[in-house]
Design a protein around this ligand. Sequence first.
Ligand code: MV4
Length: 501
Amino acid sequence: MNKIKKILIANRGEIAIRIMRTCREMDIETVAVYSEADRISLHVRYAHEAYYIGKSPSSESYLNIEKIIEVAKNSGADAIHPGYGFLSENATFARRCKEEGIIFIGPTPEVIVQMGDKIMAREAMTKAGIPVVPGTESSVSGEQEILEAIKKIQLPVMIKASAGGGGKGMRLVHKETEVVSAVRAARSEAMSAFGDDSVYIEKYISSPHHIEFQILADEHGNVIHLFERECSVQRRHQKMIEETPSPLMTKELREKMGNSAVEAAKAVNYTGAGTIEFLVDNNLNYYFLEMNTRLQVEHPITERITGIDLVKAQIKIAEGRKLDFSQNEIISRGHSIECRIYAEDPDNNFMPSAGKIHKISEPLGLGVRTDGYVYEGYEIPIYYDPMISKLIIWGKTREESLQRMRRALYEYKITGVKTSIKYLERIMSNKNFNDGNYDTHFIENNQEDLMKNESCEDCGDMVIIAAFIDYLHKISNVQDNNKEFTPAPSRWKKTRFLNQF
Ligand code: MV4
């Protein structure tokens, strides 16, 4: 066992702070790194120490492997937590840490390579008896080979880049005449994005659910899963809402998929926290899709229903300790939903909304957690992901979670930049979402309902004026000694306007 005393967090924003919070609870010192644009970011102030690592573009800062290693060594950090994004799934970085005697809080470089290559991942899963989407066993190249493969698999199919993930280098093919151009397009997209143009073919699963299982694996061969997360509410491969349990899930399916997730991790000698992504079709058949070898954005909903701090678990595993819980001690309690709050304008094609946070008032109360990093006067940099925060709700039942999420979104006030809050409110009021009746096509299938925009540009001002008039009435009542102070029910608070501000 190798007690970690100081961790460098090779990330920024909400996840950097999220990781440091757990470090503080474990009496571990924290080292922040920051770019030019992040000089005034909160993660810099929260850490015990902070070091400048380069210009604002991430290629010159948060992706600069050698600079980050140098800071880790100079600051005496014994481990690096990569968070998500940036270097979190970079095998070269994990290897460099190892070479320098720094603990990389994540799986081994070998596993990162294996799971990063989708063909290798499919092969490993097939060998382990995990259901994968029917398709080719290796990469395909010649036209003849491709057409023959498709004859076996049957149209429609998906052409996918082996180095891909998250929707890049992927093409859906319905007709034989589209095959050649789709393969060419997928290849060239993959070449420019990943420098690797190998592709494989999968049967197209129509209207699937995206359901993932959280797993934890220690260095002693113990692997457990922490149930599923339903991640089907996505827009252009960007997740917006996640929930657990999945409304689709049955006890039997959960057990089967959970076992598969554990078997998948065991098959590749996985260590650390990871996620097995599955597609689930309408007949509840499930297929391995990808494995994410990092802590994910949506990890807090799993923490909320299990009570397990996933960052703490990652750190303990990295120290070489055994998992201190077994599968039958992992109990799921209640229901949790996460909404991602982005600085973007849902009424203008989700255009990123740059600018300073003017006022921010975050929801509190029973069952409410926000993981964020912005403060009043903070300007959201244009260089990175526009996510402002995550709102994580817990309720005894799905129904209570939804009610509480609507309440919390109502309380969430941010001015200065446009946010996705009102769009999330519309989803929370959508009939299909409330019925748990949704799959990966939810956003497009409910577009009309979700684009209903009943607010107007001036309504914010109207609410402020109405509130001020209310206030004047109140003080004139109080100041008039002859009158009892009887606050009248507020009519403006009942208007729909308020919900939007
Ligand atoms: C698929 C699929 C249907 N059939 N593969 C999209 C992201 C990438 N990780 C895999 N994706 C898909 N792969 C087969 N064989 C449908 C999708 C897909 C999707 C998956 C998860 C969540 C949202 C999605 C939205 C569109 C397409």
